[in-house]
Design a protein around this ligand. Structure first.
Ligand code: 0WD
Length: 271
């Protein structure tokens, strides 16, 4: 008996086998979930890289829905949710694991962020949660849930995270508002705040290797989180085990977020 036997969901944001959404998907699949998946539309239809990568991962799971979807495109979203309604009827969960900021805006100081870069980052990384939740709402069963992915840079200044920090702050607020609005329908909305994990997206974040080192020396567990730890906690938040949890941002980060100063054993004795 799996926690997700007979349950159906939609997953946005698997780019490859290093993606956090893939780690959560693997745990959901082990628990019996049936899932549909979207990928970024390929720019060159002759070389469908994104589609091929996703198909390789999810076809072995017997995925009944694999569709291109750019979350900035309403037609794409309408099509995907239309197919989801035909394929699944009702949904039990939606996983939103999507974020983007133009490289120049991500690398530059927040004070210099461009108007267009700010709008695009917010649209893909924050508004997409609202627009997905709106379309998912009529399909989600009472007891269903939505999960998004965030990072500590939405709560504290993390140099190098820059405009994405502003996006994550707004995303966590959106999680709370959506929880407030969808709760009366029995739908939970939560965010998982993951520690740094090497993926396609994180490779664009400045000083990423330094962050990995900091988590090793500063976090209470003195190590980085494994991607499967994010996978199983994500599965938990989407499952009935978390039936009393909504509007929450759960940190899965070896406890790094509770530290206010470096631990004594990491300080240089000569100082
Ligand atoms: O350390 C990390 N990796 C952390 C990631 C720590 C804490 C949080 N997160 C968050 C990210 O901000 C993101 O919200 O987790 C989520 C997933 O990130 P990931 O697994 O690290 O990154 P990745 O494997 O790149 O998946 C993000 C995907 C995109 O991948 P690429 O690399 O192709 O941009 O978001 C999707 C896309 O699949 N995506 C879009 N999907 C639809 N429409 C769009 C779009 N316009 N833009 C990006």
């Amino acid at each position: 008996m799996g926690l997700f036997d007979g349950k159906k969901g939609l997953v946005f944001g698997i780019a490859n086998d290093h993606s956090i959404a893939w780690a959560i998907t693997q745990r959901l699949e082990q628990e019996g979930a049936e899932m549909g998946f979207t990928h970024l539309p390929d720019k060159d239809p002759e070389r469908p890289r994104m589609e091929r990568r996703l198909r390789k991962l999810v076809e072995p799971l017997g995925a009944p829905l694999i569709e291109p979807c750019d979350v900035t495109n309403d037609d794409d979203l309408d099509r995907v949710f239309g197919i989801a309604a035909e394929t699944f009827g009702e949904l039990d969960f939606v996983l939103h694991s999507v974020a983007y900021a133009p490289l120049d805006d991500l690398k530059g100081e927040v004070v210099n962020v461009s108007r267009d870069g700010f709008k695009l980052s917010m649209e893909i990384s924050v508004y997409s949660l609202m627009t997905i939740a709106r379309r998912a709402r009529p399909l989600l069963k009472s007891g269903g849930s939505i999960l998004t992915l965030t990072y500590l840079g939405g709560e504290k200044v993390i140099p190098g995270y820059n405009v994405m920090g502003l996006c994550k702050s707004a995303l966590e607020s959106a999680t709370e508002y959506l929880a407030g609005e969808l709760g009366p329908q029995g739908i939970r909305v939560n965010a998982l705040s993951a520690g740094p994990i090497k993926t396609l997206s994180s490779s664009a974040v400045g000083d990423f290797d330094l962050m990995l080192q900091l988590y090793e020396t500063m976090s209470p567990l003195r190590r980085n989180v494994e991607i499967d730890e994010v996978g199983k906690s994500g599965m938990f938040l989407l499952s009935d085990l978390a039936s009393g949890i909504t509007g929450e941002t759960l940190h899965v980060d070896s406890g790094y977020h509770v530290m206010g100063a470096p631990p004594t054993d990491s300080r240089n004795d000569d100082q």
